[in-house]
Each structure stands twice: as structure tokens, then as C-alpha cells.
Design a protein around this ligand. Structure first.
Ligand code: ADP
Length: 211
């Protein structure tokens, strides 16, 4: 296997917990040419066999961010494993990152590996709606971290304090603001309108696959 051809072009799916990042990510990842990574999902799949995995589980349970170095290491290991298995093909796939980077330090740590071409910023001001959505998902996906309103509010506060500054790390020209208070189809349309030109610019020879 060749050395990793860093930095990988990437799009960030960005927004406050409950804004609908996961929903859009799930739809977009079914389109050939996009490779989706949700850091929350990667963390939840770690189990609890190691000390690190138990630390991650505790951070998630408390609604706190996992330490930055650990986050980046786990993320890069996941990405490399997917490249080795052939599921992620850097010459073909635009990365869609959901939940990472989530703090300014993570942007710095990722800079040699990830080239952020576009940020889909899902904007939502309906706090009660987001809380409802998160609690519904908690039941459906068995995510006990997401059921306590107290923990959810803490995650909103952490988002404002630690995650929103991520936007300052990139030029405004790469940020597409998308009102997530629309139907899922409308949000998808807005995401695709921003994404497709970025995909074509980075993978100019890709032709649509049949099938
Ligand atoms: P949501 O989509 O509701 O924002 P996620 O599934 O992305 O939730 O994340 C769940 C939890 O995983 C977070 O509350 C945090 O504890 C941890 N986590 C996910 N991504 C990161 C990250 N990039 N840095 C630190 N912690 C993270």
C-alpha cells in the first residue's frame, strides 16, 4: 500500500448537535464519490476493551469533548484502516467529515492531513426542536448520552464555546450557510448545490457511474 497521499480534500458537515448533520451525512454517503466519517460514530464503535476506549466512553456520557490529540489519532487511524481496506479511495472520494474538527486545536492538528475545501454550516436556532430531535434519536439509536436534557444543554454550551471558533480557522469563502429549518429535501438540495462544484473541481475527470 502506498504512503497516504495527504492532504485529502474534504468537506465539513458542521453545526450544533441536533441541527441535522447526521441525517444529511447518511443521505450524502450513499452517493458514489463521497466518503463519510462521523467522529461520534467512530468513537461509539471503540467498545470498552482499552483504557483509551473507556476514557472516550466517559467523555461521551458526560457530554464533554474527547481530548484533542486522542481524537485526531483515532480519526486518522480509522481513515487509514478504511484506505487499506479499499473502502476509502483518496483518488476517487471526497471526504465528508461530520463532527470533526470540533475545536480550533483540532483544525491545527489536522492541517497536514485534511484540506478543507468546503464547510456546510447547518444553521438552526430552534433550540427546543433540536432537543426534541436529539432525544428522539437517543431512543432510536440507543444513545443514553443523548437522553438527559442537562447533558444536551451542556453540549450546546460546549458547541458555542469550543466548536463555533472552528469557523474562524477557514476563509469565509469556503463556508456555505444552510438553513436547517427546512424540509430534509430542501436542506439536501442546498448541500448538493454547494458540494457538486467542489467535487467536480477536485475530481475533474470523474464521470458519473452507471448502475
Ligand atoms: P452530535 O452529532 O449530536 O453532535 P456526535 O455523535 O457527533 O454527536 O458526538 C458524540 C460525542 O462524541 C460528543 O459529545 C463528544 O463527546 C464526542 N466527539 C465526537 N466528535 C468529537 C471530536 N471531534 N472531538 C472531541 N469529541 C468528539
Amino acid at each position: 500500500m502506498h504512503q497516504a497521499p495527504y492532504p485529502y480534500p474534504a468537506t465539513l458537515i458542521f453545526g450544533i448537535p441536533g441541527a441535522g448533520k447526521g441525517t444529511q451525512g447518511d443521505i450524502l454517503k450513499s452517493i458514489p464519490g463521497f466518503f463519510h466519517v462521523s467522529s461520534g460514530n467512530v468513537f461509539r464503535q471503540m467498545g470498552d476493551a482499552t483504557e483509551e476506549a473507556r476514557m472516550v466512553r466517559e467523555c461521551i456520557r458526560a457530554g464533554e469533548l474527547v481530548p484533542d490529540e486522542l481524537t485526531i489519532r483515532v480519526f486518522l487511524e480509522h481513515l487509514e484502516a478504511k484506505r487499506h481496506s479499499g473502502e476509502f479511495k483518496p483518488e476517487r472520494d471526497l471526504l465528508l467529515l461530520d463532527g470533526i474538527p470540533r475545536a480550533a486545536v483540532q483544525c491545527h492538528l489536522l492541517r497536514p492531513y485534511i484540506d478543507v475545501k468546503l464547510i456546510l454550516h447547518l444553521v438552526c436556532h430552534d433550540e427546543d426542536g433540536m432537543i426534541q430531535r436529539i432525544r428522539r434519536r437517543a431512543k432510536l439509536e440507543n444513545r443514553p448520552d443523548d437522553y438527559s436534557v442537562e447533558v444536551i444543554r451542556k453540549r450546546f454550551a460546549i458547541y458555542q464555546r469550543q466548536t463555533l471558533p472552528v469557523l474562524q480557522e477557514y476563509p469565509p469563502s469556503v463556508i456555505a450557510e444552510i438553513d436547517s429549518n427546512q424540509t430534509q429535501a430542501e436542506v439536501l438540495l442546498a448541500c448538493l448545490s454547494a458540494l457538486v462544484p467542489v467535487f467536480k473541481a477536485n475530481f475533474p475527470r470523474k464521470l458519473p457511474a452507471g448502475g
